[in-house]
Design a protein around this ligand. Structure first.
Ligand SMILES: C[S@@+](CC[C@H](N)C(=O)[O-])C[C@H]1O[C@@H](n2cnc3c(N)ncnc32)[C@H](O)[C@@H]1O
Length: 303
């Protein structure tokens, strides 16, 4: 498929329906209703964090079988609206039942497999903060299942390369002796990402219980789409996916069922368009405060 020309982004219009020729859609309502209005193969990237069915304020807890049925309906529609070169990234944590954890990605994987999608990576998103468990180890990661629709999928590694640990390391023997042994553009970030989650002291924190950090989505946008492509989030929450898409000259669409979050998304998108939205920069090192054992403030790489 030909790479689209970057669109001249002079439109500041935020539509409440979907127009492929526009740039931003924020739909207030159920994801399935929005998806029904979308033409086949409209989106290059669909990235989301669905409700986990753990009784958050915006979800009605249902039994796991019913939850998987609901996810199957949404995922079917997502795949229909995904381009042949496109990807879907489904970010999940655990469902908890009678004290037992059930990793949702294990339950959801077969839905994608049956639709013929290929799992390219299971990314571990590691973060340092969260609930402190007393009867098991505290949970400090969630996963993102990255599927491509076909074998001919967009994957741009260079925009997401991270600095080499030893950038000046050279070959010490062989035909390349004396030359740099690593890629000067940086290294592949791997499939374990240490990115702070959005807790109270995070610069992006809003009135929502489980926001994505923008930098998490930026990596997917940069690697799995090209400029001018559409990125869609069926469970938009605070609009993070659209913010990450716009920041990199992509187009963004999302649906959100709770009006309070739709309003937050609209506000955030407007701030992003005005260039005043503050976010944690991609690849910023992670801060470790000084402690008893270590008197110095440390910064370590977030990868
Ligand atoms: C895990 S949160 C996503 C948060 C989002 N990633 C962000 O960065 O803010 C899931 C969101 O899905 C919304 N939601 C739940 N059921 C929905 C549905 N059927 N259609 C659209 N949105 C829904 C919830 O209100 C919630 O804001």
């Amino acid at each position: 498929m030909m790479k689209q020309e970057p669109i001249p982004f002079n439109s500041q219009t935020i539509r409440s329906d979907f127009d492929v020729n526009e740039r931003i859609s924020v739909y207030s309502g159920d994801a399935i209703d929005f998806l029904k209005s979308i033409p086949d193969e409209a989106f290059q990237l669909i990235i989301t964090s669905p409700p986990y069915n753990i009784g958050k304020e915006y979800e009605k807890k249902v039994d796991l079988k019913e939850y998987i049925n609901q996810q199957t309906i949404i995922i079917n529609e997502c795949v229909r609206t995904l381009r042949a070169t496109g990807s879907i990234c489904w970010q999940t944590g655990n469902f908890v039942e009678n004290g037992s954890i059930i990793p949702l990605d294990i339950m959801i994987y077969p839905i994608f497999e049956q639709l013929g999608l290929k799992l390219r990576n299971r990314i571990i998103w590691h973060f340092e903060h969260g609930l402190h468990s007393t009867k098991r180890l505290s949970g400090r990661y969630e996963t993102v299942l990255w599927f491509s629709k076909t074998d001919n999928y967009v994957f741009n590694l260079d925009p997401i390369r991270i600095p080499q640990k030893y950038p000046n390391k050279k070959h010490f023997k062989g035909p390349n002796i004396g030359k740099l042994s690593g890629n000067p553009l940086g290294k592949n970030p791997g499939d374990v990402w240490n990115i702070p989650n959005v807790k109270n002291n995070h610069i992006e924190k809003l009135d929502h219980p489980c926001q994505f950090p923008v930098e998490l989505i930026e990596r997917f946008v940069l690697s799995l789409t090209n400029e001018g492509d559409w990125v869609f989030d069926p469970y938009l929450g605070t609009g993070t996916t659209i913010v990450a898409a716009l920041r990199h000259q992509r187009k963004g669409a999302g649906s959100e069922i709770v009006q309070k979050y739709v309003d937050i998304s609209l506000d955030r998108v407007q701030k992003e368009l005005a260039g005043v939205l503050k976010t944690r920069p991609m690849n910023k090192p992670i801060y470790i405060p000084p402690s008893e054992n270590n008197k110095e403030t440390l910064l370590y790489e977030s990868y």
